[in-house]
Design a protein around this ligand. Structure first.
Ligand SMILES: [Fe+2]
Length: 455
């Protein structure tokens, strides 16, 4: 659907939410109703000046009127190695060339900010305190990194101590936002420079969520960050958050659950983990889903270093496999992020090629091998095929049926949930498939002026 149509649906959604009929909205904006209907038809974009006026009248933001661009209408977007090379820029640190950066594929739809980074700083030992190494301040985005060649990865440990991990091709790491880190090439006889694919991405906090936090203000919004230092503390903070939101104090919760006051206090102090039966009773008393009170299964480290030789590997599908998969670094905290190395086992066979891959996550794919790989895919009943050469990269939209074919193909695949997978997906599922199209873009007013007697 084109941008004008989507922004017209978006406008109708805003008016529905504000409970304004076109004539009410036109009167508020001091424009003829025909003009407003023209914008609602999707034939003409709403002028920026009118959006500014609307934001001054109604409790809405100017950005609410603008839609996300879709730069990937056929489901797959490719960036060739040659185009990546054109974006080359060298970053200096302490006056010395430190990194060469190149963009790889990124889309307005997915949240990947993936970079190809060559390590220009060379170290002659593996000390975490090497003088040539220049640290960054950490950053907001999550980072998965795939290593190619002899690279040292430096990071701040849990106690603020400097650490170094000696990485080689195929090794990988995941790093939580704001952990300071840096990379350098390890001196080697061949004079090879180390290379990393640094795939940074926003998760649920990026975009609209970050805007909401910022508008609430740093002092108030800081209270959203609960104490998740241990599982007990996490369960305690979640229980307190929901109890306070429900307007219930300890004596009332005791009355509703039959749990003793002293046990409830222990649960909220985080000295013991609530028993499963007690969690159920608490959820029922608070009238919430039990999962809201569950702490993370495991409190994982902020930096996860993953060595290729130790990784889990398997065939997919198990019978007549088309791929050999190797799991790379990931954290259980991000259930919708997965990093894989994918070896292609089959050649193209146009007569009986099936599109054997379809995943509900945004995918970033980089050809890390030495051979071309064909991607076949289908979008809106059209079949497409493109050859992906070494160092080409591509973005694949969620749920696009596709496959990879070609001898000796080796791909790096990073899958992320974006904004939808997880909590919003559960909300959409509760709304149901039937109504989901209206949730994507409103098509009808919330009521009919002529009346509706039958539903
Ligand atoms: Fe980084």
């Amino acid at each position: 659907m084109n941008y004008k149509k989507r922004s017209a649906q978006n406008l109708l959604g805003i008016l529905n939410d504000l409970k304004r009929r076109p004539e009410d909205a036109a009167a508020d904006l001091k424009i003829p109703v025909d003009e407003l209907n023209y914008y609602l038809s999707g034939e003409k974009e709403i002028p920026a000046e009118l959006i500014r006026r609307a934001a001054g009248i109604w409790p809405v933001n100017e950005r609410d009127f603008y839609c996300v661009n879709d730069d990937c209408p056929i489901g797959v977007k490719i960036m060739r190695a040659k185009e990546s090379a054109k974006t080359s820029r060298v970053m200096k640190r302490a006056g010395q060339p430190y990194y060469e950066y190149r963009d790889t594929v990124a889309s307005t739809v997915g949240q990947f900010r993936p970079e190809w980074i060559k390590e220009l700083c060379i170290v002659d030992n593996n000390s975490a305190n090497h003088q040539a190494v220049q640290w960054n301040n950490g950053h907001f985005l999550h980072q998965f990194t795939y290593f190619i060649g002899p690279v040292n990865f430096y990071y701040k440990g849990e106690r603020g101590d400097k650490k170094v991990a000696v990485m080689n091709t195929g090794d990988s790491m995941y790093i939580t936002p704001f952990v300071p880190h840096t990379f350098a090439t390890r001196k080697n006889r061949a004079g090879e420079k180390g290379l990393i694919l640094a795939l940074t991405y926003g998760n649920k906090l990026a975009g609209e969520t970050q805007q909401e936090l910022s508008a609430i203000g740093p002092e108030l919004a800081a209270d959203y960050a609960l104490d998740f230092s241990t599982r007990e503390k996490a369960a305690a903070s979640l229980l307190r958050f929901h109890r306070e939101a429900a307007g219930i104090d300890h004596p009332e919760l005791t009355r509703r659950t039959g749990l003793s006051l002293s046990l409830l206090e222990k649960y909220e102090l985080g000295t013991v983990l609530p028993k499963p039966d007690d969690l159920e009773a608490l959820a029922e008393a608070l009238n919430i889903d039990r999962r809201e009170l569950l702490p993370p299964d495991d409190i994982q480290k902020k930096v996860l270093v993953n060595y290729y030789r130790t990784n889990r590997r398997w065939d997919f599908p198990s019978i007549d496999p088309a791929y050999k998969l190797v799991e790379l670094a990931r954290t259980s905290h991000l259930s919708h992020s997965r990093a894989l190395e994918l070896k292609v086992l089959k050649q193209s066979d146009k007569n009986r090629d099936i599109l054997d891959l379809k995943v509900g996550l945004h995918q970033y794919v980089y050809n890390v091998g030495n051979s071309p790989v064909n991607i076949n895919w289908r979008t809106d009943d059209h079949e497409y095929c493109e050859s992906i050469m070494p160092n080409d990269s591509m973005y694949v939209k969620p749920f696009v049926p596709h496959n990879f074919r070609g001898p000796d193909g080796k791909l790096l695949v990073l899958r992320i949930g974006g904004r939808v997978a997880g909590e919003p997906q559960r909300e959409l599922s509760l709304i149901g498939k039937q109504n989901s199209a209206r949730a994507f873009g409103e098509m009808i007013p919330w009521f009919n002026q002529e009346g509706r007697n039958k539903v």
